[in-house]
Design a protein around this ligand. Structure first.
Ligand SMILES: *[C@@H]1O[C@H](CO)[C@@H](O)[C@H](O)[C@H]1NC(C)=O
Ligand SMILES: *[C@@H]1O[C@H](CO)[C@@H](O)[C@H](O)[C@H]1NC(C)=O
Ligand SMILES: *[C@@H]1O[C@H](CO)[C@@H](O)[C@H](O)[C@H]1NC(C)=O
Ligand SMILES: *[C@@H]1O[C@H](CO)[C@@H](O)[C@H](O)[C@H]1NC(C)=O
Ligand SMILES: *[C@@H]1O[C@H](CO)[C@@H](O)[C@H](O)[C@H]1NC(C)=O
Ligand SMILES: *[C@@H]1O[C@H](CO)[C@@H](O)[C@H](O)[C@H]1NC(C)=O
Ligand SMILES: *[C@@H]1O[C@H](CO)[C@@H](O)[C@H](O)[C@H]1NC(C)=O
Length: 517
């Protein structure tokens, strides 16, 4: 008799209805993947064009398991409304559209739908707070530094990249510690973000928008953006994706937008040249595929004259040839640069001259036919080129005794190293994987090329400093990399230069040059 009782208790246990949390599990991929189940009960919290989201009605207090799951099936979802509690049978499936992404644990082939009740209240989980029942009791404030326990030494920028994959390791979630684990533990959940601050403009034409809410954040700067700092790429931010109701997100947001608007640009610099050799100033400006005839001229002039105070030298990037992206043999950019210096002079009454080296047609990356290159513009009332002797695109510059340069200006050209990239220093990044993707640490495209570029350019500078340790060398431009990532670390090690932000003791959250996008 006793034995029979035990058996029947055990049988009840084994066949007791399944919960959402048992399906989602405490790892990225469900241990139930590929199996069927019966009698899953949940509240419909949202509907989309191809399915709906179900929140379990029997939540646990385990912060690792998500209490909500996506149920795929357009025909199934059509007859069901938000606020209904339903019971279904179905299958557990791991789905992803690309091997770069994480898997989504979802329910497929939902069947035997039983509607238990309708018109129930649907409350969102408020992010940044402690939950008291809806999805059990847990803290839903995102971690602020670490992305994944799989990132080498907890560093998302670690080199080499792609040492492991989430899909292969399928780690147990640690939502209190790793940002990716935190968001995975809320996969499919209906949430509210309060006190929203926008991080830059929408990320794409759908209006997808990175934001943070009124929870603890790291790297916040006065303009309300979040600066990426060493080992901290801000996992506490989240993207607001395409609305489910067919409406569109506002696509005019910009950095720092909340309910009010803040200036898009930081305050103008108060650093001014004193007009003497010991007080020249320099600035760096990415003109973003700029060619003669571009309507952005007044804007660029305003940035250089008003916001950077008309520096003695401006290091320009992404200067296109005179005929923009017309893909012909022309590589000359003198009309492009003349248009800019003429407009600068008209606005500031300061004369500017320019210098650059034309590339070989279509060999330096960027838009085909555009032939972007680096160029210098400089105040001709303060600065002149020392013994001008311009090199051609294939003339490899060298450090000669004194020290002096073989070509002035000239390019550092090492074809194997600077293939399809701007010379001497700037390089395109190639394909990188998303920070939240499968590969850990994430893929940093062409990183080995860029390490080599940093080393070659660093060695050139080291040669100058070996001859004259007080030589005034500035390495400037768009390095396409954070200063704590391997290509720039190697550049600093090999060249012997120091990062100006570090020397000037600039606060770490102010060490940025770009808000994306
Ligand atoms: C599922 O629900 C049906 C109908 O309520 C019931 O007959 C069956 O025993 C349940 N199965 C399990 C595994 O709970
Ligand atoms: C999920 O299960 C299916 C069917 O058994 C299998 O083909 C697939 O590889 C599994 N996916 C993962 C991510 O384990
Ligand atoms: C779903 O689960 C059922 C029951 O386990 C199984 O018979 C069926 O083959 C599964 N369907 C799919 C598409 O995996
Ligand atoms: C939806 O409801 C209608 C009307 O009750 C019914 O005829 C139809 O079969 C249902 N469709 C599905 C997919 O359940
Ligand atoms: C912004 O949204 C408006 C209205 O939906 C649309 O007409 C416009 O093309 C969008 N702009 C961009 C840059 O996507
Ligand atoms: C650009 O240089 C070419 C060739 O040196 C010259 O013919 C042309 O006049 C120059 N254009 C401008 C706008 O200075
Ligand atoms: C440069 O890259 C192109 C295309 O990726 C390749 O065909 C070519 O061989 C490379 N050249 C050198 C010098 O590495």
């Amino acid at each position: 008799m006793k034995v029979l009782l035990a058996t029947s208790l055990l049988a009840v246990d084994l066949t007791s209805a399944i919960t959402v949390a048992q399906i989602t599990g405490d790892r990225y991929q469900s241990s139930l993947n590929g199996t069927g189940f019966t009698n899953l009960t949940g509240l419909v919290t949202a509907k989309g064009p191809s399915g709906l989201w179900l929140r379990g009605t029997a939540p646990d207090d385990n912060e690792r398991t998500s209490e909500s799951v996506y149920v795929f099936g357009a025909a199934f979802a059509r007859n069901i409304t938000r606020g209904q509690i339903i019971t279904i049978d179905g299958n557990v499936t791991e789905y992803r559209s690309s091997s770069a992404y994480l898997y989504l644990t979802e329910v497929t082939t939902p069947r035997s739908v039983r509607i238990i009740s309708s018109g129930n209240a649907v409350e969102p989980v408020v992010l940044g707070k402690r939950t008291l029942g809806l999805i059990g009791r847990r803290d839903v404030s995102p971690p602020t530094e670490l992305y994944s326990s799989l990132d080498t030494n907890n560093d998302i920028f670690a080199y080499p990249n792609t040492v492991s994959r989430v899909s292969a390791e399928n780690p147990r979630l640690n939502p209190g510690r790793s940002g990716m684990d935190f968001w995975e533990s809320l996969s499919g959940e209906l949430v509210t973000v309060q006190g929203v601050t926008a991080l830059g403009r929408p990320a794409n034409t759908f209006g997808d928008q990175w934001v943070y809410g009124d929870w603890k954040v790291n790297g916040r700067k006065p303009r309300r953006g979040l600066t990426v700092t060493p080992e901290d790429a801000n996992p506490e931010t989240v993207i607001v994706g395409t609305p489910l109701d067919g409406t569109r997100n506002v696509n005019t947001t910009k950095l720092g937008d909340t309910l009010e608007t803040v200036p898009e640009l930081p305050p103008p610099s108060n650093i001014k040249t004193n007009g003497k050799c010991d007080g020249i100033t320099d600035g760096s400006y990415n003109a973003e595929n700029f060619a003669a005839g571009n309507p952005r001229v007044p804007r660029i002039v305003e940035h250089i004259v008003k916001y950077t105070n008309s520096p003695s030298i401006v290091f320009l990037q992404e200067i296109q040839d005179n005929n923009c992206e017309t893909n012909n043999v022309n590589v000359d950019a003198n009309a492009t640069l003349l248009e800019l210096t003429t407009a600068l002079e008209a606005s500031s009454k300061i004369p500017y001259a320019f210098t650059d080296v034309d590339p070989v047609n279509n060999q330096d990356g960027g838009a085909p036919g555009g032939n972007i290159r680096n160029a210098y513009i400089y105040r001709s009332d303060q600065i002149r080129q020392f013994k001008p002797n311009p090199g051609g695109p294939l003339d490899s510059n060298a450090v000669l005794p004194d020290p002096t340069l073989r070509y002035n200006p000239g390019r550092i050209t090492t074809p194997q190293v600077f293939n399809s990239s701007r010379k001497p220093l700037v390089a395109d990044k190639g394909r990188s994987s998303s920070l939240e993707g499968d590969a850990r640490p994430p893929v940093n495209g062409r990183i080995d090329n860029r390490i080599a570029e940093g080393e070659v350019t660093g060695a050139f500078i080291a040669e100058i400093l070996a001859q004259d340790r007080n030589a005034a060398v500035i390495a400037s431009g768009d390095f396409n990399e954070f200063s704590w990532v391997r290509p720039l670390e190697r550049f600093v090690e090999v060249s012997g230069l120091k990062e100006l932000d570090v020397v000037a003791n600039v606060k770490d959250v102010e060490r940025y040059s770009y808000t994306f996008k």
